[in-house]
Design a protein around this ligand. Structure first.
Ligand code: IMP
Length: 426
């Protein structure tokens, strides 16, 4: 029952999509298990760039069934637009399956996300304003509406009326905003979106288990990342779901014994969008150079990402909380132009060295990184396709990273193209 999870090990935007796409060749199912259209997975296929928000990256392969699991929050309009965008580019989406248990993002979720961020002022979290947090909050409060509710008009209307009884006055009185009415939402969701979504709605739990029992390969594709995880991230500067590997179990309906490979994806440096602590952040010209060379601007929101050096302390933590069996490094080529490359191996606070992530966030805010510095390799890695093409300084750097994190580094991304990677061991 070969099941693999691919998970981000930093603050997102590690380039998970490109490895998902690489693994997809041998997969039958690719399953998204959390998040929503806050994700942005960029894939470059035959020189064409695809930016996916909600549909699993495997959709680009005709032999794969892309699955949106129960743990995802779905804005049906966004999903249908994405299907239309892909089909206009001759990508067949008819195999797509969406769990009836997935929760819906409704118009008031997006409204609440926007106004609460504005209300927080300088304390804003920097969310993607897609309604993700408010939709998950309603799920936890047991007032969410699910995809399956779209197909029971009475239930949908009844649940919606109940929720809006609270939300509409709250939006009006606290935030001076008008929520769409029950009738307006019903017209849009039940009359327009529901019939168009219906062909994709499926029992995804049994679909995944049938595939596993038939010995088919299933890839669980995480969105966002370990340090944006609601439980394991830098709370409250996190997303509202569980991107860690355990999230695949709850968000797709499989137990941990089904999983036999967990691949953590890490960029050769670190970026983060939105607010929150970031020990290795670079606010100087080196950071600017990373942003420029790495095109570090949000796929979805266009926001400039905050850059920093590679943080092995974070990655060691990510190895633990995800049970990573291996690591894949992306964007190594972005560092080609640097005279020296740094790796944070520990933190220091009040004269004490910390080899682990502190469990107190107040301490995390105060740590300073302890760096090891490596000479740059001074050559262009973008054409490298096998280990022999890599300069010895790159091998030294990667071996060092491997020792730091304690699990094998099996893949190195050296450019955005589908074939721009080096496999180090199998
Ligand atoms: P939300 O997921 O929109 O609620 O945003 C919460 C935090 O997660 C913010 O700091 C966002 O910038 C961050 N975030 C959400 N999705 C992504 C992503 O796909 N990549 C990187 N950061 C993300």
């Amino acid at each position: 029952m070969p099941a693999t999870i691919i998970v981000g090990t930093q603050w997102g935007d590690e380039g998970k999509g490109r490895f998902t796409d690489l693994f997809a060749k041998e997969m039958h199912l690719v399953v998204r298990y959390q998040g929503g259209h806050n994700a942005g997975h960029t894939l470059v296929v035959d020189g064409e760039t695809f930016a996916l928000q909600l549909i699993p990256s495997g959709v680009l392969y005709p032999h794969i069934t892309p699955v949106i699991g129960n743990g995802v929050v779905v804005d049906p309009a966004v999903l249908l637009d994405e299907v239309a965008m892909l089909e206009a580019r001759s990508i067949d989406c008819s195999r797509l399956k969406v769990s009836g248990n997935a929760h819906l993002i409704l118009p008031y979720h997006q409204l609440i996300d926007r106004v609460t961020e504005r209300h927080l002022g300088k304390n804003a979290l920097g969310t993607t304003k897609r309604g993700i947090g408010p939709a998950y909050a309603d799920k936890a409060a047991r007032v969410g509406l699910r995809v399956q509710d779209l197909y029971d008009r009475d239930i949908f209307r009844e649940k919606l009326a109940l929720v809006l009884k609270d939300k509409a006055p709250m939006l009006a009185k606290v935030y001076n905003q008008l929520s769409p009415s029950v009738d307006e939402i019903c017209a849009r969701y039940l009359d327009d979106l529901a019939p168009r979504l219906q062909p994709y709605v499926a029992d995804t739990i049994n679909l995944v288990h049938d595939a596993l029992e038939a010995g088919q390969h299933v890839l669980f594709e995480g969105a966002q990342a370990t340090f944006l995880d609601l439980d394991h991230g830098t709370y409250p500067f996190v997303t509202s779901s569980n991107p860690v590997s355990g999230g695949a179990c709850t968000g797709a309906g499989v137990g941990p014994l089904h999983i036999n490979r967990v691949v953590g994806v890490a960029k050769a440096y670190v970026t983060r969008v939105g607010a929150g602590p970031f020990p290795t952040e670079l606010t100087d010209e080196v950071g600017e150079a990373i942003v420029e060379r790495g095109h570090e601007f949000g796929t979805n929101t266009g926001r400039k990402r905050r850059p920093g050096w590679f943080d092995a302390v974070m990655l060691r933590h990510a190895v633990r909380v995800n049970s990573l069996s291996e690591v894949a490094i992306t964007k190594l080529d972005v560092l080609d132009a640097f005279d020296e490359v740094r790796v944070c191996v520990a933190y220091e606070v009040d004269g004490t060295r910390l080899d682990h992530l502190p469990d107190s966030q107040s301490v995390l805010h105060r740590v300073t990184p302890v760096y090891e510095t490596f000479p740059g390799w001074g050559s262009d890695l973008t054409d490298a396709t096998e280990p022999g093409h890599l300069p010895s300084r790159v091998h030294d750097y990667v071996t060092f990273l491997e020792q730091q994190v304690g699990v094998p580094i099996r893949l190195l991304g050296v450019g955005p193209g589908r074939d721009q990677y080096v496999q180090l061991s199998s």
